[in-house]
Write a protein that binds this ligand. Sequence first.
Ligand SMILES: [Zn+2]
Length: 309
Amino acid sequence: MTIILGRHVGCAVVLGLLTAALPVSAEPLPVTEVAPGVFVHQGTIAEPAPDNRGDTANMGFIVGDSAVAVIDTGGTPELGQRLREAITARTDKKPVIVVNTHMHPDHVFGNAAFVDLPFAGHANLRDALAARQEVYRQRLTDELGTEAAAGVAPVRVDRPVAEELRVDLGNRILVLTAYPTAHTNNDLTVFDRKTGTLFAGDLLFVDHLPAVDGNALGWLRVIDRLERVPAVRAVPGHGPASVAWPGALDAERRYLTALVEGVRRVLKADGSIQDAVTQVAEDERERWLLFDAYNPRNITATFAELEWE
Ligand SMILES: [Zn+2]
């Protein structure tokens, strides 16, 4: 009796220790090796919903001779854990840093699975995310339920990047670059010099209509700068796992130009924001996914941006 009880208690203690030390194991996320040592998980092009479990953004990791860098962590703590399992499945090198490309929850809510590591991000990221995190968490609860949104990590940016930061993973230098306001006011890219691969975050949308949560004119200026990055391929924040560089920027530039020029035309004719929403960038409709989800919002934001220029 005593032995059985002892075993039982012992078991419970061991299980408790294991639970504390290792998060519940999860199915590794599928990843594609888009260049040697560069792995990408491709999210679904959709709004977060129960059928995609919030898996709507691209994320990945880069393996150096001595360490691994994680780039974005997905839209829920569970997706972050599954990304971590994918890293373990692909390499025995350990992750040493997490880079968040910007504040949006589909890119950062997996951070919960990496709280033992330092986080790098744009110098504006901490304040921007702190101001919005509760709203984002509530929205995720509405979209996916209480359980999916439980355990979202507190905001942390341990390595704020004002302009540029270099990270050495062992015979592999990553260049992190912070940009002025474009998609958001805290966009950052990661360039792997070894393979010429640029993780563009949401400065690059492919197939998914670009979403303006910053400044459309600023974004067009950043595109001019990005175009000069000597990459051969890019990983967009939304779209395929890998696209040719810099050609992949063309469609995004065309849409943002149509957005700005269309809003200017309406303003010049003394039109209302409603006129703008029904008219601007309609020629782009068939060229993008989620056009109706984002075009009206982009027009509204750009109308406010250009109203006083
Ligand atoms: Zn975004």
